[in-house]
Each structure stands twice: as C-alpha cells, then as structure tokens.
Design a protein around this ligand. Structure first.
Ligand SMILES: NC(=O)c1ccc[n+]([C@@H]2O[C@H](COP(=O)([O-])OP(=O)(O)OC[C@H]3O[C@@H](n4cnc5c(N)ncnc54)[C@H](O)[C@@H]3O)[C@@H](O)[C@H]2O)c1
Length: 305
C-alpha cells in the first residue's frame, strides 16, 4: 500500500517510515525539517519519496496525497515548555496543519491515523487512565492536541475514517537533542559521564513506550476496520523518574547521583495508560521492555563516539 507520513523525518515518524518500508509499503514523507533530520532517514533513503513541505501549505499537500491509501499524521511542534512562549505558532502548526490533513482526507476519501498525546488528559482523576477519562490538558501543547481530537470528531461525522493514537512517553534512538524527552536527556548526560538532572522530586510517574511498539500500533490502526476512535498507546506500566534514574545509572555502571532542579511548568504528576481497549481491538501489546532496552543500549552508547 502507499502511505503519506507527515513528520516522517522526526523521531517517531522516521521509525514509522522504517517499519512501513520493512513491511513492503511505499512511503511519501512530508516534513519541513523544523526538528526532523534527513539523517534519520539514512537507512531508507533510496526507498522513499521525501518532500520538504510545511503542513500549513494546503495546496502543496494536495498534489501529494492523491491516490494514497492512508496518511500517518505525525508532524507537530512538540515541546511543552516552548508552547507557552509560541502559542500562536503551536496552534497554527498543530491545529491548522492537522485540519489541512483532515480536509484532504475528506476530499480524497483517505484514512488518517494521527498522533494525539496523553497530554490531553492533564492530571487524571483515576490511574491507570482509560480513554473515556476527562480531557483537561495542562499546557498549550496539550490544548492543541485536544483541538486536534475535536477536529477529528468533527471530520469523522463527515465520513472521514480517523484513529487518534494517544502516545504516552515515547523513547528510542534518534530523538533530536533540542526536543528530547527525559530518557534521551538522561542518556546524553550519562554518555558524558555526568549525572542525570531531575526536574522536581522525581516522584512523577510516567508510562514509557518504545518507538518500535508505537510504529507497530500505527500500522495496526491503519489496517483495522474500526474507525473513529482514540486509543491509548502506552505500556500500562508505571515508572517514576527516580526509578528511571536508578535503572539508567545501574546500566551505565557509573557511580553517579542525580542532581535535582526545579519542576517544569505544565508537567503532569502521573501518567499511566490503561491499554485494555487497544489490546482488545488490535491484539497489540508492547514488546520492548524498558529495563532490557536500557541494559542493551547504554553500554553500546558509552563506547561509541
Ligand atoms: N515523543 C513523544 O513522547 C510523544 C508523545 C505524545 C505525542 N507525540 C506526538 O507524536 C508526533 C511525533 O513526535 P516526535 O516525538 O517524533 O517529535 P519530532 O519533533 O521528532 O517530530 C515532529 C516532526 O514534525 C516536523 N514538523 C514540525 N512542524 C512541521 C510543519 N509545519 N510542517 C511539516 N513538518 C513539520 C518536524 O520537522 C519533525 O520531523 C507529534 O505529533 C507529537 O506531538 C510524541
């Protein structure tokens, strides 16, 4: 099948592209290289069509999507802290850009699987968080993702097939340093033999999901007959930042103690997915275990340049 991946040069997008190519699909990538990098696509560069296009540019997108079987929409501005100072830009890219994708999907009858986020939940009342929990984002980035979900609800009523995947904390190789999540930041310090810096007291709970598992969930969502729903994509397992720090330091074999820094604005306290629904619908279960991944990745990373 032939798919468009927006944000395909980014962290999650590039892993998804690799996965789709391995499954023998044709892939067209749309990315303006805001945070994405062409080098993320090195392993598949001869097998893809890449277009440096901004998702806010409706007419440029229109020429590309005709005749494709589905759109995986990953492109977005993704940094919570930055979303406070660039609220309008976040709205334009994440909401108007998403509406462009949905308009095209409607015009050409194309299914869309798009990246929503656990940030739509804010601080949940009940843990683990199921899909029917209240949506009360704590920060402008999360609000743009909620707006995307409202748009998805509106367009699905107009007949567009849409599945929104609410990713929890995604980890893996290839995350841009400037836009990195906590695991990438900690690993960067460890590589320099420096201690991880914890924002807050480290008791925050996160559900860390591997980017490979996220890629697999995307393709299952695209192929699934079920339409028009939002699904959690996490592991269902709770890890505190203190647990994570311990695991990382242990895997490094270094004698380090974390440094504590002030909490970040808009940081949720607890995030842990209930994955019963996605497991039931897709038969999908995360395959990668965080501790195993850290044990394999950290020693290799420390000896590479
Ligand atoms: N990484 C996570 O833990 C996580 C969690 C929840 C949701 N998400 C969502 O997953 C998606 C992918 O995130 P990521 O972590 O890979 O981030 P990323 O920054 O690595 O990837 C985003 C990609 O979108 C591209 N992009 C940005 N603005 C664009 C524009 N105007 N036009 C075209 N391309 C544009 C960037 O260049 C980049 O390649 C995003 O929608 C993000 O909100 C990520």
């Amino acid at each position: 099948m032939k798919f468009v991946v927006t944000g395909g040069a980014g962290f999650i997008g590039s892993h998804l592209v690799e996965y789709l190519i391995k499954q023998n699909h044709d892939v067209i990538i749309v990315d303006n290289l805001h945070s994405g990098k062409i080098k993320n696509l090195d392993t598949v560069k001869d097998k893809i069509d890449f277009f440096e296009i901004d998702i806010r540019n409706f007419s440029a997108l229109k020429n590309l999507v005709k005749g494709v079987d589905g759109i995986f929409h990953q492109a977005a501005l993704t940094v919570v802290q930055e979303s406070y100072v660039k609220e309008k830009e976040y709205y334009d890219v994440n909401v108007i850009g998403t509406e462009n994708i949905l308009k095209l999907a409607k015009e050409f009858g194309i299914k869309v699987v798009f990246a929503s986020s656990s940030s739509v939940y804010g601080n949940p009342k009940k843990i683990p968080i199921s899909e029917d929990a209240d949506r009360k984002p704590l920060n402008p980035y999360g609000l743009t993702k909620l707006e995307d979900e409202y748009l998805a609800e509106r367009y699905s009523k107009m007949g567009v097939e849409i599945i929104g995947l609410r990713y929890f904390n995604v980890y893996g190789l290839g995350q841009n340093d400037a836009y990195a999540g906590v695991i990438t930041k900690f690993l960067k310090n460890i590589k320099m033999r420096k201690p991880p810096i914890i924002n807050g007291d480290g008791t925050q709970v996160r559900d860390f999901i591997s980017v490979q598992d996220v890629a697999e969930a995307n393709l299952l969502a695209m192929k699934h007959a079920q339409k028009n729903l939002f699904l959690n994509v996490g592991t269902g397992k709770a890890t505190t930042i203190l647990d994570l720090t311990d695991m990382i330091i242990r895997s490094s074999g270094l004698k380090l103690h974390p440094i504590f820094a002030p909490s970040l604005e808009g940081d949720v306290k607890t995030s842990q997915a209930d994955i019963e629904l996605v497991t039931k619908l897709f038969g999908w279960k995360p395959k990668v275990n965080l501790a195993d991944w850290l044990n394999q990745t950290i020693p290799k990373m420390m000896t590479s340049d």
